[in-house]
Design a protein around this ligand. Sequence first.
Ligand SMILES: Cc1cc2nc3c(=O)[nH]c(=O)nc-3n(C[C@H](O)[C@H](O)[C@H](O)COP(=O)(O)O)c2cc1C
Ligand code: SF4
Ligand code: FES
Length: 559
Amino acid sequence: MDLAELRDIAEKQRLARKRIRIHCCTSSGCQASRSLEIKQRLTDAVVAEGLADEAQVVSVGCMGFCGQGPMVEVDPDGTLYEKVTPDHAPAIVAALKGGDAPDVPRGDPQHPFFARQVHIVRKNGGKIDPERIEEYIAAGGYATLHHVLHEMTPAEVIDEIIQSGLRGRGGAGYSTGLKWATVAKSPGTRKFIVCNGDEGDPGAFMDRSILESDPHLVLEGMAIAAYAVGAEQGYLYVRGEYPLAINRLQKAIQQGKKHGVLGSQIFETNVNIRVDIRIGAGAFVCGEETALMASIEGRRGMPRARPPYPAESGLWGCPTLINNVETFANIVPIVANGAEWYASFGTAKSKGTKVFALTGQIRNTGLIEVPMGITLREIVEDLGGGAPGGQVKAVQTGGPSGGCIPASLFDTPVDYDSLAQVGSIMGSGGMVVMDESTNMVDVASYYMEFCKDESCGKCIPCRVGTEQMHRLLGKIRAGQATQADLDRLTQLCRMVRETSLCGLGQSAPNPVLSTLRYFPEEYAAFIDTKPAGDAQPVHHGHTEAPEARSASREADSSQ
Ligand SMILES: Cc1cc2nc3c(=O)[nH]c(=O)nc-3n(C[C@H](O)[C@H](O)[C@H](O)COP(=O)(O)O)c2cc1C
Ligand code: SF4
Ligand code: FES
């Protein structure tokens, strides 16, 4: 493939485009509500109405407002339909001839949920068919890779990424450009790149959605990275619970190879970039980079001590670049528009946008892409529309590694450093909203149970500590704990945080520490109101999990 052929594909695609495109979301959220059937019924209706020459139904990726799905959008007039059922299809198509579809719920494209967003990574989401490379190319796809391979040296690419200020979207927020530079200069003729699509945080679905909606954007970003660091082999590590993402990636890789944008001598250069998929079995710890590499190598997914970091010694002892899905999805926009353009979004130390999965007790749930620096209040109240059944009490960012931020701190800007200052983390982008009916000790216990179950067991502080912390939380929730238990919980948190081998254990105490910090009265209520010698559970409006009592019994017998 050369540039003329790339342009030719784009031109043919533009010519084949019908005047009206009915975009039907077929990402997993909408598929779960029968969007494949809706798409078929829309296609049948277009034929039945005699509109086949001027209208086409296009399967597109996530439009973001998943809570209102299945979503259908008519392009170019922008009419948006939500909560569509297969039976709505004839009316939607009939309305193309003029008139209305009064019985189909209408979405508002100017809704604050959409209006406050800035789409860099999600530019093509809901606009192109993710299963057709031609649509991606017509939207400008692979032109940046061509430009990079023919006009830029690897060092220039790395410099552009450094200047952009992009930081890793997988959790730690390390400078992407500096990581690339380390891999590039690490000695070795064999290097690898890995895209981390493990996404194990409860409530998170950003990476799944990006992979389902725009797989070529991630592949093109990976190809640029491979060229920059001198790697010829890439792996996409995706959890097995994401079958649609895997399927679309498989198709995208095949198409990329067929069109010569992946594989050998791409774009008529001496650059070879091969990308293969590795399917994870769903262990949260396999998202940790050293465990992930062990898994790719065919070993049990367990973390190892760092250094050496993967950039120096990764897969099979070779320098390896590991970046998150969203990190790779940012590469093409940065190189195409320039580092300065990208750095104009966000804050001084957190550039660009961030994709969040907004879930929980909130009116508007779905996927949002917002500029860094937006406040939590703007996200929760403006985009999210607040809690449907009362006041929002807190937001959990960063999943089980993050913390609960109370409503009193909602003016905190969403950037790496500000979130860390209030005891949470950006994480990969899960944002779970909780209202007043939520008991924060229950929340801490839920996340601790998750970490206990997902601990790989390699190091004692995490293996035993998460178990002990979970038991203590159970004892507290059952109204059987004393102040000494609470002190012990705090000590355990510090010990596990400081002595665990990997990030899972090091951050597992965060939900407990943040809820202790901001909601101490909720812990105290379980303890202070306990009548002396009374072992009966006390009720504080929390959700009494059935396991709480047995957990506390276990805790009692083991102490
Ligand atoms: C327990 C644990 C789970 C993780 N899960 C993920 C994950 O699902 N996706 C991800 O990109 N990073 C995850 N990370 C972070 C990775 O170790 C690594 O820092 C990241 O993939 C680097 O990419 P980035 O620089 O683009 O953020 C996890 C870390 C820990 C400790
Ligand atoms: S901290 Fe936990 S998950 Fe990490 S190596 Fe130790 S036992 Fe395994
Ligand atoms: S999955 Fe359809 S709008 Fe998100």
